[in-house]
Design a protein around this ligand. Structure first.
Ligand code: GLU
Length: 439
C-alpha cells in the first residue's frame, strides 16, 4: 500500500511551492490507490501557530486534497524520546558540547586549508571526566547522529541515481541543548512508524535524505523511496521572494479557481502540456515522477490566469451557482462562461441581461433598421429569437454579416463583443429587447 505524506511546519502560510509538493503527494497516492497523510511538523513550539495549522487544512481542502489521516509531531515526543534514548545507548547518537563560535572557528580553519567543513567529531573523544567537567562549567550538550563512513545511494524518482559519501558529511545535530528536536530524526521516526512508502519533497532536502537514509537503517526500518523535485522559480527565472507570498489567499483574491491551480501544478516542471482538466482524474492517471525534469520549474502567474480562464469556460452551473448574482440561472451561466476569465466576471454579463444597459451611439444609417427590428421582435414566435429576428430582418432589408448583426448586438447589449446572441437574447427577453431596440 502506497503511503505519502505532506509535512509542513505550521510556521507560516503555504506558498505555491508547498502547494505543489502537497498536490504531488496526493496525486501519487491517489494514482496508486494509496493513502495521503497530512503531518504537521510542529516540534518547534515557539514558531508553530494553531492559526497556521488551520490555514494549512483549509488550503488543502480548497484544492480538494483530502488527507486520509492527520498526524502531529507535537503529540509524539514520547516516541521520539524512546528512539533517541535507544540510539544514545548504542552510541549512534552522542553528546557534543561545542559552542556555535567554536564550530565556526573550526570550519574557518578547515576552509583555510581547502578542506570540506566536516565536523571533526572531537566530541567522540571526550572521556566521562571531560564531560563531567564541561557540564560542571554549565555546558549542556546538543546531540549528533553518528554517520557511517559508507556510500549512501538511492534511486531518486525524479533525479535518478544519487550517491553520497557518509565520510564527507558532518554528523547532523538531531537535538538541541534545550532538548528541542531538529527536523531530521522525528521525520524519519514518523515515516518509519507511519509506513510512509514514498517521500516527495523539494530538492533542498537531498542532502538531508542522505543522512536520513542512515537513520532509517539505524532504526532497522526500510527507507522509503524518494522523489526530490526541482524547486519552483518565478517567471523571471529566479527564486523570487514573491513566490513565497503566493498562496491560496492570493489566488482567491485573483479569482483563480482550485481546479486551475491543480491543473497547472500537475504539469509544471514536466515537458507535457498543461491540460485544463476540471476533473483531476485524468491528471492523476497520467501522473509520473519520471516526467519531471531536473531544471527549476517556472511558475508564471499569467499562465495560471490563462489556465483559469480555460477552466472557468468548462465549469458546470452547480459548481459556480453560489458565487453568481441572485437570479442568474444555469442558462445564463452557460451563455456567458465562455466569455469570462474568472467567475466574478459573470456578474457584469448578468447586468447586461437584466439591464439597464448603457445605450451605444447609433449610426444614422442604422436608425430605421433598429426601429424596424423592434417592431419585428414584437411579432416573433420567440422560440429561437435571435435566429428568428436576424432571419426576418435579413429577408426584409437584405442586410447580412456585420451590417446585420452588429447594430443589433450594440443596441441589445451596449457592446460590440460578447457572448453568443442566440444564448443571450432569450435571457434578455422580449420586453427588454424591444425597449433596447427602439432607440
Ligand atoms: N517539515 C519539513 C519541511 O517543511 C518536511 C520536509 C519533508 O517532507 O520531509 O521542510
Amino acid at each position: 500500500m502506497t503511503v505519502t505524506r505532506f509535512a509542513p511546519s505550521p510556521t507560516g502560510f503555504l506558498h505555491i511551492g508547498n502547494l505543489r509538493t502537497a498536490l504531488h503527494n496526493w496525486m501519487f497516492a491517489r494514482a496508486r490507490g494509496g493513502r495521503f497523510l497530512l503531518r504537521i511538523d510542529d516540534t518547534d513550539a515557539q514558531r508553530s501557530e494553531e492559526r497556521f495549522v488551520d490555514a494549512i487544512r483549509a488550503d488543502l481542502a480548497w484544492l480538494g486534497l483530502v488527507p486520509d489521516g492527520e498526524e502531529r509531531q507535537s503529540a509524539r515526543f514520547d516516541r521520539y524520546e524512546a528512539v533517541f534514548a535507544g540510539m544514545v545507548a548504542n552510541g549512534r547518537i552522542y553528546p557534543a558540547y561545542e559552542t556555535p563560535e567554536e564550530l565556526d572557528l573550526r570550519r574557518k580553519i578547515l576552509a583555510g586549508r581547502g578542506l570540506p567543513p566536516v565536523y571533526d567529531r572531537a566530541a567522540l573523544t571526550l572521556t566521562d571526566g571531560d564531560r563531567a567537567r564541561l557540564e560542571g562549567e554549565g555546558r549542556r550538550p546538543h546531540w549528533r547522529f553518528r554517520l557511517e563512513a559508507a556510500p549512501i545511494v538511492w534511486d531518486d524518482m525524479v533525479r535518478g541515481p544519487q550517491k553520497f559519501d557518509g565520510a564527507l558529511l558532518s554528523d547532523p545535530v538531531v537535538r538541541r541543548a534545550d532538548g528541542s528536536w531538529l527536523y531530521l530524526l522525528p521525520s524519519v521516526i514518523d515515516d518509519a512508524d507511519m509506513g510512509v512508502t514514498h517521500v516527495v519533497r523539494g530538492e533542498d532536502h537531498v542532502s538531508n535524505t542522505a543522512m536520513q537514509m542512515q537513520m532509517f537503517n539505524a532504526m532497522e526500518a526500510t527507507p522509503p523511496a524518494f522523489a526530490h523535485e526541482a524547486l519552483l522559480v518565478g517567471s523571471e527565472g529566479k527564486l523570487s521572494k514573491r513566490l513565497g507570498s503566493l498562496g491560496v489567499a492570493h489566488f482567491r483574491e485573483q479569482g483563480i479557481e482550485p481546479e486551475a491551480v491543480v491543473a497547472l501544478l500537475a504539469r509544471l516542471g514536466t515537458s507535457d502540456p498543461v491540460e485544463a482538466a476540471v476533473d483531476p482524474a485524468p491528471l492523476i492517471a497520467a501522473f509520473d515522477f519520471g516526467r519531471f525534469g531536473r531544471a527549476p520549474a517556472r511558475f508564471d502567474e499569467s499562465e495560471l490566469a490563462q489556465v483559469n480562464a480555460r477552466i472557468v469556460h468548462q465549469l458546470p452551473y452547480a459548481r459556480v451557482a453560489a458565487a453568481l448574482p441572485g437570479g442568474m440561472d444555469a442558462a445564463a451561466w452557460d451563455a456567458v462562461r465562455g466569455n469570462i476569465a474568472r467567475i466574478d466576471e459573470a456578474g457584469a454579463w448578468w447586468r447586461v441581461v437584466t439591464g439597464p444597459v448603457e445605450k451605444a451611439p447609433v449610426a444614422e444609417e442604422d436608425r430605421a433598421f433598429l426601429t424596424r427590428a423592434a417592431a419585428v421582435a414584437a411579432d416573433l414566435p420567440w422560440a429561437d429569437p435571435w435566429a428568428e429576428l436576424t432571419g426576418a430582418l435579413k429577408a426584409e432589408t437584405g442586410r447580412k454579416g456585420k451590417a446585420l448583426f452588429l447594430p443589433l448586438r450594440r443596441a441589445l447589449t451596449g457592446m460590440d463583443h460578447g457572448p453568443d446572441m442566440a444564448a443571450l437574447l432569450p435571457l434578455i427577453g422580449r420586453e427588454r429587447a424591444i425597449a433596447r431596440l427602439a432607440t
